[in-house]
Ligand binder design. Structure first.
Ligand SMILES: Cc1cc2nc3c(=O)[nH]c(=O)nc-3n(C[C@H](O)[C@H](O)[C@H](O)COP(=O)(O)O)c2cc1C
Length: 398
């Protein structure tokens, strides 16, 4: 069971943090609460001390154990930091790395993953600053439990209601139950799209956002791995603790990944590599002319197949973006690419896949076919890596 710091910030929804604390304790976790000053206007630290039977922090100079800096002490103690409810203010401060009170300072000081459950007025939730901050945070080690749509305390209707306690507890459960079976392992992830130049200003590419690759990198770090990401051009931030190699084309991606592949235990091809590239990119900018233009394309290398061949001692996993489930087609790829597993995602669905924060995968090996169900991409990534560790053990047993 886990040591959890429960951060409570100044939203009307902070009364629900009491139920959350109780539920986490009922499940056997040890909970210590840390309130912002604004939260302490709504609920008393004494209430959380009584509920959790632990001291509750508010001010940055609070020191339950004299002589021990509480922000460092608690940051080291925590297996997980949960901020629920998380105000727009707290979210923006956390994304910017500001530590101007006990909670934000503690968050900066900890290496534990964060779960954030935003709660706010819908306009605050859709403000570009909040949207950007949440995107930055979810691409680091933070798990965002999305607020639901409904009537919020200020009388408006929209997305901004604190998620259900059950949804927050479920996210916490996934993170606390994650194994550390990748400790000491090297993981290589290819991610994002590739860009294949037509001329110096135009290219052929696809809709991959790199969010799944970023989630895989985070998940692998959370499970103890050393992570390298070779990524095509994406705006999705990648975890700071990953080694990142940025490339543009498929050929550059292969070159960038080859060196790491040799030393990797796990190679995950999550990049949406362009199958074809223009044969002869025009230097400069090609001019508009009369009539139609034909673009001659040539095949790109199959990167995951090449990397699997480069290091047969690694567990190589390919992603197959299929419209519809495409199980039979993916099964063929298992052999043609020489990989141990294929993770299939259905790119014809609007609610998962490209650009979405959610995904649903089918894990396909020679003798397994299992489904993740629709999950946040980080949960999906943890699910996939747990299966991958099974393949690692099987490979090492031979
Ligand atoms: C009655 C009341 C309700 C509030 N509810 C919210 C809320 O649900 N979400 C939010 O982001 N801010 C809310 N605020 C604004 C925050 O309390 C304010 O931004 C504060 O500075 C947040 O501080 P903190 O992030 O340190 O807790 C509310 C303010 C008041 C007075």
């Amino acid at each position: 069971m886990a040591n959890i710091v429960l951060g409570v910030t100044g939203s009307v929804a902070c009364y629900r943090a009491c139920d959350l604390a109780r539920e986490l304790m009922r499940q056997g976790h040890v909970v210590r609460a840390c309130l912002t000053k604004a939260a302490s206007e709504f609920v008393s630290p004494a209430l959380f001390e009584a509920l959790t039977q632990q001291p509750c922090l508010v001010g940055v100079f609070d020191e339950p154990e004299p002589g021990r800096m509480a922000h460092i002490d608690w940051a080291r103690w925590a297996d997980l930091v949960v901020v629920a409810p998380a105000t727009a203010d707290a979210i923006n401060k956390l994304a910017a790395g500001i530590g101007d009170d006990m909670l934000t300072t503690l968050c900066l000081a900890t290496e534990a993953p964060w779960v954030l459950a935003p709660a706010m007025n819908p306009a605050m939730y859709s403000h570009p600053a909040t949207v950007d901050a949440l995107s930055t945070l979810s691409a680091r080690a933070a798990w965002i439990v999305e607020p639901t749509e409904g009537d919020v305390a200020c009388g408006e209707h929209g997305q901004g209601k604190l998620a259900s306690i059950a949804a927050i507890v479920e996210a916490i459960g996934t993170l606390t139950k994650r194994s550390t079976r990748l400790h000491g392992k090297k993981v290589l992830v290819t991610s994002g799209p590739t860009r294949e130049p037509i001329d110096d200003v135009r290219f052929v590419s696809n809709r991959s956002s790199g969010k799944m690759g970023a989630a895989l990198a985070q998940a692998a770090l959370l499970m103890g791995a050393e992570v390298t990401v070779v990524t095509g051009p994406v705006s999705t931030p990648l975890p700071a603790r990953a080694r990142v190699i940025r490339v543009e084309t498929a050929i550059e991606m292969l070159e960038g990944a080859r060196g790491s592949a040799k030393h990797s235990d796990l190679i995950i091809g999550a990049a949406a590599v362009a199958d074809y590239r223009p044969i002869d990119p025009t230097p400069g900018k090609s001019r508009r002319g009369e009539g139609t233009v034909t673009l001659a394309l040539t095949q790109n290398p199959d990167i995951i197949a090449a990397l699997a061949k480069e290091n047969p001692r690694a567990v190589a996993i390919a992603f197959a973006a299929e419209p519809g489930e495409g199980i039979d087609y993916a099964r063929l790829k298992l052999h043609s690419k020489g990989v141990r597993a294929i993770a299939i995602n259905d790119v014809s669905r609007e609610d998962i896949g490209f650009e979405s924060d959610f995904n649903e995968l089918v894990w396909l090996t020679e003798n397994q076919e299992v489904r993740s169900g629709r999950l946040p991409k980080l949960a999906c990534a943890l699910w996939l890596l747990e299966h991958a560790t099974g393949e690692l053990s099987a490979l090492n047993a031979h």
